[in-house]
Design a protein around this ligand. Structure first.
Ligand code: SF4
Length: 496
């Protein structure tokens, strides 16, 4: 992929810092993207700050690609968190007028530096770099098509596949090649692309993953997965990239092209429950306030007499505060979180998983001993960490433990860029009734937020969202072979 042209030099540095094989709260979100058009600014350093703000979306690898009129395309990417991947020296060396960056959690491909993003490409229209948040669902068909054309599919990830489709396009511009590619690919994709003198933002026709545009000044623009990254770099929110839209930003400003007319919006509802940072806005709605309202409605839906409401830190804090406000029960801390452990280790057996929970959370004995607790969490996926958490509270002397979960039971896998579980039968709610889950976790009671209240908390009609991991209604039809590979044993009588 490294084709040199005068003034179009490609410098490509892959560095192995370290590899992680753990996941965050058993949910792996599928990456964050950032892009900047700002001649005369330190675009790589601003991108680095943007990636910092998006770090919660992926912790396995990070990368930045920058373009400079004399230096051409430059790329630095490595395994690890943004602060591990970039040094002062690397940031100084990535010079340019435009840049894109990426933080990754693997949902397709492998967790190796070769699959870290951005990925460089070379079309006959010139060099480009691409990074992606989401997941394509028709990679099998696309790879078959390439193979039939005598082309060996490159790389392991769906992003590498997109780079290959763009590189092979006979279109005259990168924008036309992207439009052509959008007619071929299916699934969830929020893309940031880099080309000489411009950046391009693209969102799939359902808008499954968020993507927004901000302004740093009269002729300086940024794009980001979440609005929290705009605020971090001092940019003002302009608007979201619309589903099916491609936006080019260059010296002329912003040019929008509606490539595919959206049939129905389907933003992932889990962005509101857990993935997005609480200070972000999606569809113009505050993620933080939506989470508080989930807590309000759960307190109305599933009240219980207790002494203290505690969150499972940190993601469930707004939900728990909301619950406590409406329940009129004191809110407090029951766990202290070790902030230096980012994720719960995937450990080979239950004993090591329990140790992983202990490394991450310590019960606050003085706060919980002798108390009737309402423990608020945002979600339960496999359910392997909740039981040990409850046991920690019991060991610390809690008298009663009432578990309140701020979404419905997760019973179906995600195909759109979230690693809920390799197979649906690993999701605890796909295998057990709510009462069996309660019993297996050792809680005195367990209640989940209803779908009706979840939607009411976000405050927009349900048909704006993907809710498939709760109700099996996938807004983008899943190819049979993909479903067969992932479905496992669906809940009896609920196969679709
Ligand atoms: Fe989000 Fe669930 Fe839909 Fe995946 S299936 S996009 S996690 S709502």
């Amino acid at each position: 992929m490294q084709v040199k042209k005068p003034g179009q030099r490609i410098q490509h540095r892959d560095t192995a810092v370290h590899g992680c094989t753990d996941c965050r709260k058993q949910w792996g979100d599928a990456c964050g993207v950032f892009g900047i058009y700002a001649p005369d600014e330190e675009v790589s350093r601003i991108t680095y700050f943007g990636l910092f703000a998006l770090q919660h979306r992926g912790q396995e690898s990070a990368g930045i690609a920058a373009w400079h009129p004399l230096e051409g395309m430059q790329l630095h990417r490595a395994m690890g968190l943004a602060f591990q991947v970039f040094s002062e020296q690397t940031l100084r060396s990535l010079i340019g007028d435009v840049a894109i960056g990426h933080v990754r959690y693997t949902t397709t491909g492998s967790s190796v530096v070769a699959d870290a993003e951005p990925i460089l490409g070379q079309g006959h229209f010139g060099p480009f770099a691409i990074c992606h948040n989401g997941n394509l669902i028709n990679t099998h068909a696309l790879n078959t098509m390439l193979t039939a054309q005598g082309v060996e599919p490159a790389g392991n990830s769906d992003t590498a596949l997109m780079a290959q489709l763009l590189s092979r396009s006979s279109a005259d511009t990168l924008e036309d090649a992207i439009a052509e590619m959008m007619s071929q690919i299916e699934g969830a994709y929020s893309l940031a692309l880099l080309a000489p003198r411009r950046i391009i933002a693209v969102r799939d026709p359902h808008g499954v993953r968020p993507l927004c545009i901000g302004r740093l000044g009269a002729d300086r623009w940024v794009i980001a997965s979440e609005t929290c990254a705009l605020h971090t770099v001092g940019a003002e929110f302009v608007r979201e990239v619309e589903p099916g839209e491609m936006v080019t930003i260059d010296a002329r400003g912003l040019t929008a092209r509606q490539v595919i007319e959206p049939t129905r919006k389907a933003c992932c509802i889990f962005e509101f429950i857990y993935f997005a940072r609480p200070d972000s806005h999606i569809y113009g709605r505050s993620v933080y306030m939506s989470r508080q309202r989930m807590g309000h409605l759960l307190a109305q839906q599933a009240p219980v007499d207790a002494d203290l409401v505690i969150p499972v830190p940190e993601s469930a804090i707004p939900h728990a505060m909301g619950y406590a406000q409406v329940a009129k029960i004191p809110y407090g801390e029951g766990f202290i979180k070790n902030r230096y452990i980012h994720r719960t280790f995937i450990a080979p057996d239950q004993r090591l998983r329990e140790l992983g929970v202990k490394m991450k959370l310590s019960p606050l004995k003085e706060a919980v001993s002798g108390k009737r607790l309402i423990v608020v969490d945002d979600s339960i996926v496999r359910g392997t960490t909740t039981g040990p958490e409850i046991q920690l509270l019991r060991d610390a002397g809690a008298r009663e433990i009432h578990l309140r979960i701020n979404c419905p039971p997760i019973r179906y896998g995600c195909y759109y860029g979230v690693d809920t579980s390799a197979r649906a039968d690993e999701l605890i709610a796909a295998r057990m009734s709510v009462d069996k889950i309660r019993e297996s976790m050792g809680a005195d009671s367990l209640e989940y937020l209803s779908m009706k209240n979840l939607i009411a908390a976000v405050g927009l009609p349900k048909n704006n969202f993907c809710t498939a991991c709760f109700d099996n209604h996938y807004p983008i039809p899943i190819p049979r072979e993909l479903r067969a590979a992932k479905v496992g044993k669906q809940p009896v009588g609920e196969q679709r």
